[in-house]
Design a protein around this ligand. Structure first.
Ligand code: NAP
Length: 312
């Protein structure tokens, strides 16, 4: 059956417009590949939700959104073709021509870089889904201001949990950090800031069991994993920051992944399929930061350029 979709042909298509995708786009377009970058939302990726980034070299203090705007402006300089707000319906990674379909477009390219990142993991407890937008949130920068003079529980002990908890103290009178162990995973410098903040109270060795409320969240039920004691904490908000899961579901079983669903690459960012590269948070990597994602993007684009040169 004839399709009415608009068809585009590129040398390289990049899926995902975060630090990995934009950095790959800059390298590829500067390397004279006809390059497209596609995203399900606006370009910028996860960092656009971070109020402050203070470990991206040469920007000691930058807003996440501002930093990603610079990435995008840089990609614009090399005439990268941008396709934000696309709903991807199909991805075919095998064969010489890689095909991405969106609701109204077909993108054909010689190589592809997957840089769709990762998303917040869910607690998977009763009340979580029901109260999303009514007290449960995964984005402190987006929703923190709704919690002026309120009480918030953050769940997790990594960098995200502690940084976002500190950010939330700008609004909330009290922020509990509920962590399943008695030692935090977050970087020491971030831990120290939280220990010094009188609005933060740590609830260690505890896991959430249920989020309760009526119209909005009113409390969270937690269990102490050492004593099995169950306790209810009155709270207006619950912000889970318990890590990330890969956004690789779209690619189904086409690629090799690790047991957590992150795409396995070699040091050239090559995946298990020829002409398919993965960069940034979507791949198995020991560090998920803007700088490592950007570096992955540069490596992936460099080897995509070589791959396409060899094809020709
Ligand atoms: P993370 O480092 O994986 O930490 C997840 C935290 O949630 C851990 O403390 C973990 O406990 C806890 N957790 C996991 N599953 C849980 C569950 N089912 N119930 C309760 N608690 C659970 O994740 P993240 O903080 O989102 O960070 C993701 C990546 O981004 C990391 O590489 C991080 O360094 C990076 N990041 C960096 C910065 C920065 O450099 N400024 C900021 C944000 C994020 P355990 O500790 O017991 O495993």
């Amino acid at each position: 059956m004839a399709t009415s979709k608009q068809e585009f042909n590129f040398d390289l298509t990049i899926l995902g417009g975060g630090p990995a995708g934009l950095s790959a786009a800059i390298y590829a377009a500067r390397g004279e590949l006809k390059t497209a970058i596609i995203d399900v939302s606006m370009l910028g990726g996860q960092p656009t939700n971070y109020l402050e980034i203070e470990n991206y070299p040469s920007y000691p203090h930058s807003g996440g959104y501002e930093l990603m705007e610079k990435f995008e402006e840089h990609a614009d300089k090399f005439n990268v073709k941008k396709f934000p707000l696309e709903t991807i319906t199909d991805v075919q990674l095998e064969g010489k021509t890689k095909i991405i379909e969106t609701e109204d477009k077909i993108f054909k390219s010689k190589a592809i870089i997957l840089a769709t990142g990762a998303k917040a993991k869910k607690l998977g407890i009763p009340g979580e889904n029901e109260f999303v937008g009514r007290g449960v949130s995964y984005c402190a920068v987006c929703d923190g201001a709704f919690f002026k003079e309120k009480v918030i529980c953050v769940v997790g002990g990594g960098n995200s949990a502690i940084e976002e908890a500190l950010y939330l103290t700008k609004f909330a009178t009290k922020v509990y950090i509920i962590h399943r162990r008695d030692e935090l995973r977050a970087d020491k410098i971030i831990q120290q800031r939280a220990f010094k903040n009188p609005q933060v109270e740590f609830v260690y060795n505890s896991i959430p069991l249920e989020i309760l409320g009526s119209n909005t969240v009113t409390s969270i039920v937690i269990k102490n994993v050492q004593t099995n004691q169950i306790k209810e904490i009155k709270t207006n908000g619950v912000f889970p920051y318990i890590g990330l899961s890969s956004n690789a579901e779209l690619f189904g079983s086409q690629l090799e992944t690790d047991k957590n669903g992150f795409i396995i690459t070699n040091e050239k960012m090559e995946t298990s399929l020829e002409g398919v590269y993965a960069a940034g948070d979507i791949r198995t990597t020991p560090l998920r930061q803007v700088i490592t994602a950007a570096a992955d993007g540069a490596v992936a684009a460099t080897y995509a350029i070589k791959y396409i040169e060899e094809l020709e």
